[in-house]
Design a protein around this ligand. Sequence first.
Ligand code: 5GP
Ligand code: ZN
Length: 135
Amino acid sequence: MCIFCDIVSGKIPVHKVYEDSIALAFLDIAQVTKGHTLVIPKKHSAHMLLCDEDTTLEVYRVARRIAQNIMEMTDAGGINILSNVNEVAGQTVNHFHVHLIPRYNENDSFKIEMNESEPQNLKALAELLYLDSLY
Ligand code: 5GP
Ligand code: ZN
């Protein structure tokens, strides 16, 4: 049972802002800021990294366009676009989704904190993470 699959099938009603054969965009029930929107693939994947590449690209294509429209139709000065992967990263619904969170000022109800942790050996880390090719 997946709550977002129930939204795709129409079992759970939502306020849609866009739909095509691959993706659906609707207002998040808990509006972190006014216009907070979720973009999801209609096909179930637990999170972005498990979704096939073509579907993922289409979801982000839709997310980009919806984000542009939110910026145009509201007085938001910016927007945070993010997808949580797994519980440790804050994912609560295990169906790939992209959050579009319009930002009205730096002290609004969304906070993202990037604090520096202990220094790392960047040379070793880059060597570890270096990818020769995408495929
Ligand atoms: P996550 O924490 O997994 O990144 O985000 C899941 C999001 O789904 C939350 O922001 C939550 O408010 C939203 N959500 C959960 N259930 C429903 C629902 O039934 N309808 C809508 N519109 N949003 C939901
Ligand atoms: Zn699902």
